[in-house]
Design a protein around this ligand. Sequence first.
Ligand code: DMJ
Length: 811
Amino acid sequence: MPLSCRGRVRGQEPNRGDVDDSLGKFSLTLIDSLDTLVLLNKLDEFEDGVKKTVKDVRLDNDVVVSVFETNIRVLGGLLGAHVMADLLRQRGDRMQWYQDELLHMAKELGHRLLPAFNTTSGLPYPKINLRYGIQSPLSRTGTESDTCTACAGTMILEFAALSRMSGDSVFEDYARKALDVLWERRQKGSDLVGTVINIHNGEWVRRDSGVGAGIDSYYEYLMKAYILLGDNVFLERFNIHYSAIMKYISQPPLLLNVHMHNPTVSVRSWMDSLLAFFPGLQVFRGDLKPAIETHEMLYQVTKQHKFLPEAFTTEFRVHWGQHLLRPEFAESTYYLYKATGDPYYLRVGQSIVEKLNAYTRVPCGFAAVQDVRTGAHEDRMDSFFLAEMFKYLYLLFTEKSQLPIDIDDYILTTEAHLLPLSLSTTQSSCQGNVTGRNLDSALTETTDSASQEEYLFSHSCPSTETLFPNNPSFAKSIRDSYKYLTGVGRAFRPLPVREIELPLHDNGMEPMEFLKSMGISLTQLPQATEGNFEHKGVFRVKLVAEVSPTTEEIEVVPHAVQLISPPFLGRTVLTAGPAKFGMDISKQEHGVKGSIVKASPYTACVQIDNTADIKGHIALALRGDCMFATKARQLQEAGAIGVIFIDHREGSNSDDTPLFQMVGDGESTNDITIALVFLFGREGAVLTSALEEHQNVDVLLLPKENHLGREKREKPVGMNIKLRLAEEGELEAGAVRGPTLELVLEKDGVVLEEEMKESGGELSTKEEQQQQENQEQICRTETDREDLRTELFSADSSLPTNSQTEQKTNP
Ligand code: DMJ
């Protein structure tokens, strides 16, 4: 916790829901950082860290952790550190005391994770209790039915390495089985996978398909498993998925999300920051052109918003402003630099370092950014910052010869832990770039030019040198087309009239109607002529109108849960968030009324046990474990007339966190017809304690402005105020007549107070001096207290102001 300068211990800090599932009271950050220390040549610190790990870390804590996170961060961390410790020991000048303790710990942890694979399908449970596993009544887990594709498909590197290092094949066998199931379950028409799958029957729960959150490292591990283990089956699977990705998901420079069964349909208009790893993976595939394009797009987004926001729209606006110091963009920058040798990528890396130092560095580390639009910090520095971000940036700027190991002998896992390629039982086909005699003799054996090209491609390490010889500006020529993608740095030019192609999929709709259904409206320009439509299918349209996308910043209408039964009698009104699906509560003249009942199970992700109690009432359900839509369906099925979802983050509240609209699951939600609202943790607690204290609590769900007993207010009058600085001497002292506006800065946050004054409002010289001093004092206090970074953020005119804050959703 870089702001409060303490470690985050599970159970000692307010629970942050799923985020905390990577904390297992096992010194996560220490273990995740060990092999970074070796790369950074911090060998004393490494030895000390290993000693501490061996002496203090326990892996049998009674804590429920994420199987995926524990595997990539802790098991991977222990293995990477063991490989380094073993190497240093063999070199003979340090670590002579080391007796494979880290490997023993890794094996113990592997055994503690194995019970997760005890499902009918072979896909692992998402969570496990480190001490009690899953089956035990004490485990407090095992009720989950779904997991993400990446969660099930990102085990093979660590588990195979563990098997091969320990001699126990059980780990590799289970991880392979899980990959086999995912492969078998791919959508055979599109060769894509969804984001969430049922671990018992292998059915897809969420069928949206992309390369970011929920799927990312499944693809990464197919490619890297082939490289580490030399098993062609992984490469074949990867290649089939890759072709599908390039066909449906990659629309350079964008990476979209599509429906796995209907992949020509894009399911959302935003991208998440996790997909920034993908250009790096494309380098492994040798597909440099789209890698350069997507990476350039990401770079432009970082130029606009300083960091990659957790999610941003296809128009590069902030969709979800948090930035958790994620390393994926640095990772791709490193691989692109390796492949192209183009110093441009060093400059990209430099900009990453500079922004981290300028906007996130705090006395006890680096703090995550709560919202890139405000620059406010969060008291968290996730362990991947030291495990990955530091490693990739250091690798980017360090000459190979200065590293303590030959980096090309290792593969970096998804958490950037080092696993040696010597684990492979077969010979790698990529022996550096094939040149000279070897290449000549290989090529003479292949006959036609297409197979010669294929040979060259599949038997060389991807680099521009091999792929695009004699074209040193290859990467630049690709990047140049994306230079002003987000508009940053471009001089204003009116949009030219140009031709566009609209894929209309023969859907029977007229083109204008079709555009409207996509949210695009066409404004006729004066010189407009009729559209020139050729034939059904793909239409050629002369664009003779200005296209203006409909605004995404739809305001979230605050809703309320009003407690109306005695003793509350309407006096308690809790601010609630609405849902984009289910009943439109604003259309119910008197709101939706009912008594509340807690769902069992409380998360309502599976069939409801207490249907008799729920029927005809408003159910309370805890957020987490599955989508809002899933919970809503379960409760609607059980007969509820409405659902109040309660945030699982205990202290969250509507004063500190902007309201958002709950979204569906990417599928049609037309079947959900009941009333749905969301309460943050603190407001939710009011409701649950009311229920505990009184047998019957009746509530009303309605738009907040309609709540009973509200004061009827006059409609506020809208007003634009323009401020202009007068030129020196423009206003003579005493010349100002009529009302003036005085802005008063107050301590503890900037408070703007407006006061209408009659003429003669100018200050006397003494008052003036005093006020100026006060203001300077306030500015200094603010700067000292909050540090310069916030100020730097707000000084950036490219960032939207608060009043422009976008609609909040919960991707
Ligand atoms: C890391 O823990 C890993 O890279 C994982 O695969 C995805 N996300 C985080 C960092 O963002």
